[in-house]
Ligand binder design. Structure first.
Ligand SMILES: Nc1ncnc2c1ncn2[C@@H]1O[C@H](COP(=O)(O)OP(=O)(O)O)[C@@H](O)[C@H]1O
Ligand SMILES: [Mg+2]
Length: 235
């Protein structure tokens, strides 16, 4: 395996049968995410994009198939290794920011580091959080509470929080889904900057065609598998 591959899935399947009905959503996904890619995943609503991100983020367990991160099968990781994968190797940005409403922007960004490194010097953690908020363009909003920020600013705090523990990969699930055009553009440009200037690897699920313009590669979910994006095909 090329060591340029960060994440790989082999014949990944997810069947939901909890409701009694058997729903075969992911039908054998073979996918590779390379280092320094900004890969954009599109696909119709309900096609299984979130299901896929939840699996590769180890938030859910596949019915069959393999997920390999840096040569290691995620399902075979010990619980300690899985915790480390969750807290340090990957970062998530969702459609809803999930910020803690009683915490300021900088305190929210500190949370993942406080959890992953409870004994680390708080001042150091805070300084790093402040740097990240400057990176995402919110150096002048450090002490704002989530309800004192715009929707776009809240999403950028969520991006800073996802970056806090220096993840190898950022997974974003329709991150601009709730934003107006101007804020969506700022978020797209932020992802591009993270990718180009900081070599951040990202896998972004989006319906936003302008985000897709920034992609280093585009893929598409259809019929339970991921295929290369074909612009001639209707989305
Ligand atoms: N926990 C679950 N139980 C049953 N069905 C589910 C569950 N999660 C998702 N699904 C179904 O799987 C399909 C894909 O969902 P999802 O991955 O959220 O799609 P997308 O993110 O592409 O819109 C949908 O039809 C959805 O109803
Ligand atoms: Mg979804």
């Amino acid at each position: 395996m090329s060591n340029n591959i960060f994440l790989q899935t082999k014949s990944l399947c997810r069947v939901f049968s909890e409701t009694g009905e058997r729903l075969e959503i992911l039908k054998g996904i073979d996918f590779e995410l390379l280092k320094n890619e900004l890969c954009v995943l599109t696909g119709a609503s309900g096609s299984g994009k979130s299901t896929f991100l939840n699996l590769v983020g180890a938030l859910d367990t596949p019915t069959s198939g393999e997920i390999i991160f840096e040569g290691k099968n995620i399902q075979k990781m010990t619980s300690k290794e899985k915790d480390e994968y969750h807290s340090k190797k990957v970062g998530f940005v969702f459609q809803f920011h999930h910020l803690l409403s009683e915490f300021t922007a900088v305190e929210n960004v500190c949370v993942p580091a406080r959890i992953a490194n409870p004994f680390e010097d708080l001042k150091k953690i805070r300084e790093h959080a402040e740097e990240l908020l400057v990176t995402v363009g919110l150096g002048d909003r450090l002490k704002h509470l989530p309800n004192e920020l715009s929707g776009g600013e809240r999403q950028r705090v969520a991006v800073a929080r996802a970056l806090m523990n220096g993840p190898d990969i950022i997974f974003a699930d329709e991150p601009s889904g709730n934003l107006d055009e101007k804020n969506a553009k700022m978020l797209n440009e932020l992802f591009k900057k993270l990718n180009e200037e900081f070599n951040q690897t990202l896998l972004v699920v989006t319906h936003d065609e302008r985000m897709a313009e920034y992609a280093t590669r585009r893929v598409h979910m259809r019929g339970g598998v991921i295929v290369p994006f074909d612009s001639k095909e209707a989305l």
